[in-house]
Design a protein around this ligand. Structure first.
Ligand code: PMP
Length: 416
């Protein structure tokens, strides 16, 4: 099984000059989503469905850089487009025509898009959505769904997070996912005060089974927002282009006012987008919002090539097929060992959890055993699929999963 001596040495080196060495949810904290004993810290290269760590271990990557990798790393078409643009210029004083072409493509592709605006991170897009909603309505409050994640801006955090002050979140209201009645009550308690409802297309929080929208949830939410003049902003940063190229609102049969994209938008090139309806275009234009790299053209060229290829190969359909084979196989392997693996969420970004143990010990041990055999899963976050995965990769994954269950039964005989 894999070990990570070089990763560990590099982490020591990094800790001297970088706060926490690797920050965010990849941080090396025992008891975190990624126990440091089981996971490498640094990658050396990536290609297709794989990445290699600094110790030379190869992994089938089911995290896909937490979403950006949708066509496989180093996709030839995307990289060719990016390289061609790099030869012409990337970060220049003026934007290039690629920015317009990319916006046109998104307006053609995304159901709720009458316009597109580009930034860099998902949090840039969600922050812009909130600002547009406030500018449009003249109201301060926003409703969020518990467990949704909208980035690292202070408004998107919770009191108790380091450095967040009460005023940062004093206009935030929270509801439970799929509880329409609670949402309606909240809206009625705050007449004329709510600028925005921001939500992910379905509940894909960490540490819990992911939950799809109830049958009529979104149509009722859409009607409620329209009735009360609330801007409905969909955070499609994580699901975007994996469920439906026209947007996850389209997938679930409703129309957002604003929709935020990032991760899969340019197959790993650095760009995010916010798209919206015609009625909000003037307000979007009135908000001063920009950044040092926001006009860079290489990611626009990469994004155009990405969306074109996703359309040509019908990526969402392909990802669902891959997801069906993979998760069906994993469930069967678990069953053959007497375990129940619960699959939740949408297949292109499925969440999985072994349900035979409330302490998470069994689940984490199995995930760790898979990782140490070259299948990069994670413990308590949804996974991601890319279209470069082959049937051989899935067969390899199922073999590893089987081996990993055997290893876990030896390691933890109480579960055997
Ligand atoms: N929204 C969702 C649903 C996300 O998954 C993420 C990133 N994990 C964000 C927003 C924030 O995006 P970024 O980290 O690029 O700012």
């Amino acid at each position: 099984t894999y070990s990570y001596p070089t990763s560990k040495q590099l982490l020591e080196r990094a800790l001297k000059v970088i706060p926490s060495g690797v920050y965010g949810h990849l941080g090396p904290v025992e008891g975190s989503m990624l126990p440091p004993s089981a996971f490498p810290f640094y990658a050396s290269r990536a290609n297709g469905a794989y990445f290699w760590d600094v110790d030379g271990n190869r992994f089938i990557d089911y995290m896909c850089a937490y979403g950006p990798n949708i066509l496989g790393y180093n996709d030839e078409e995307v990289e060719r487009a990016a390289n061609e643009q790099a030869g012409l210029g990337n970060c220049v004083t003026l934007p290039s025509i690629k920015m317009i072409e990319f916006a046109e493509l998104l307006v053609d592709t995304v159901h709720s898009a009458d316009w597109a605006f580009f930034a860099k991170n998902g949090g840039d897009a969600t922050s812009f959505a909130l600002t547009i909603a406030r500018a449009e309505t003249g109201r301060k409050k926003a409703i969020f769904v518990k467990r949704d994640y909208h980035g690292v801006s202070p408004w998107a955090k919770l009191i108790g997070n380091a450095g967040v002050v009460e005023e940062d979140v004093s206009h935030n209201l929270y509801v439970d996912w799929n509880d329409y009645q609670a949402l309606e009550n909240l809206v009625e308690q705050h007449p004329g005060e709510i600028a925005c409802l921001m939500a992910c297309p379905y509940s894909h929080g960490n540490y819990v089974d992911n939950e799809l929208p109830a049958a009529d949830y979104w149509s009722k939410v859409r009607a409620l927002c329209t009735k009360h003049g609330i801007v409905l902003a969909i955070d499609d940063v994580r699901c975007g282009f994996r469920l439906d190229l026209a947007g996850s609102d389209h997938y679930y049969g409703f129309k957002a006012d604003l929709i935020c994209f990032c991760k899969a938008l340019a197959n790993g090139h650095n760009v995010s987008a916010i798209c919206g309806i015609q009625e909000l275009k003037g307000t979007a234009a009135s908000v001063f919002y920009t950044g040092s790299y926001w006009f860079s053209s290489v990611p626009f060229a990469a994004g155009i090539a990405t969306i074109q290829k996703l359309k040509r190969i019908d990526a969402p359909k392909l990802l669902r097929e891959i997801g069906q084979k993979l998760t069906g196989g994993l469930v069967d392997v678990a069953k053959s060992h007497g375990f129940h693996l619960n699959i939740s969420g949408e297949l292109p970004l499925w969440y999985m959890r072994i349900t035979d143990d409330d302490t998470q010990v069994l689940h984490q041990a199995w995930i760790a055993a898979c990782v140490q055999r070259g299948v990069f899963f994670t413990n308590h976050h949804n996974h991601f699929l890319n279209t470069a995965l082959t049937d051989e990769d899935i067969a390899f994954t199922l073999d590893v999963a089987d081996d990993a269950f055997k290893a876990v039964k030896q390691l933890l005989p109480q579960y055997a």
